[in-house]
Write a protein that binds this ligand. Structure first.
Ligand code: MG
Length: 275
């Protein structure tokens, strides 16, 4: 993979062949994929391998979500997302392990997820249990030679940094999504780069505007049209030394999504051309 290769986050529905062929037509060389549980069998893995070989596309990260994750508003995110809710933690850790085995089989080096709303206050009674859950996951991935990347947004940068320091395991990393910090009303993604830089090994090129209603999320926007100040953010990321993939995320579907992805790609390439 070339330094600063453009990528896009996709799922492999309706088929890995069609999804990767579309990415290929858009001229994008790398993808992050949602964990395709339906393909987690010898036949599915063979199909995916063949589609990857045919297109030459590289998977840079496996994105693992959970049945029951919901993103309707801030309270629902707090109650349902990731490894934070205690009631579903054990079954979700098992799901991460299954996804990790799939990533290892395919030679994908990295697994990432929203682990949910980690309390910003480390004296919160829920905090130690979340640290322990993260250690169980990281230990399992370490044994497979994988890193685990936390997606940013549901915490402040300082809160996430403290959590990483408290887990204190070498394969814990960050997938930096600058839009999420804004959509959740949590932090400014440009100064946050200084706080999280040592741990960033992946990013989402996504944009959005701040929430206008208490308890609601902000609105996702085409890249360059939101409050991230994307050109400044990406320039700073690169100036800090980042050379990993630049993965576009556009959470809509259909023709408009493809249009926005191509515009995002052009914007990214106009910035990276200087490097
Ligand atoms: Mg994201």
């Amino acid at each position: 993979m070339k330094p600063l290769a453009v990528g896009v986050i996709i799922n492999l529905e309706p088929s890995p062949e069609a999804s990767l062929e579309l990415v290929n037509r858009l001229g994008i060389p790398t993808v992050q994929i949602s964990y395709p549980e339906k393909l987690d069998n010898p036949e599915g893995i063979a199909r995916l391998r063949a589609a990857l070989a045919h297109t030459g596309i590289e998977i840079t990260s496996l994105v693992c979500g959970f049945a029951g994750d919901r993103y309707d508003d801030i309270a629902t995110v707090r109650a349902t997302v990731g490894l934070v809710p205690e009631a579903t933690r054990t079954v979700r850790i098992a799901h991460v392990r299954k996804a990790a085995a799939f990533a290892q089989t395919l030679g994908v080096p990295r697994l990432q997820t929203h682990i949910g709303y980690v309390p910003d206050d480390p004296t919160d009674p829920a905090y130690p249990g979340i640290v322990d859950a993260m250690r169980i996951v990281c230990d399992d991935l370490q044994a497979r030679g994988l890193v685990f990347a936390l997606e940013t947004g549901q915490e402040t940068a300082e809160g996430l940094r403290r959590f990483i320091d408290d887990v204190a395991l070498p394969n814990l990393r960050v997938n930096f999504d600058p839009a999420n910090m804004i959509l959740y009303g949590n932090d400014n993604p440009i100064p946050a780069l200084d706080v999280l830089e040592p741990f960033i090994d992946g990013v989402h090129c996504k944009d959005g505007v701040w929430p206008t209603t208490e308890g609601q999320l902000g609105r996702e926007m085409p890249l360059g049209q939101g409050d991230v100040n994307f050109t400044q953010w990406l320039t700073k990321l690169i100036d800090l030394g980042y050379r990993g993939p630049l993965t576009i995320e556009r959470e809509i579907s259909g023709a408009q999504q493809q249009k926005d992805i191509l515009l995002a790609k052009a914007l990214i390439e106009s910035i990276t051309a200087k490097y």
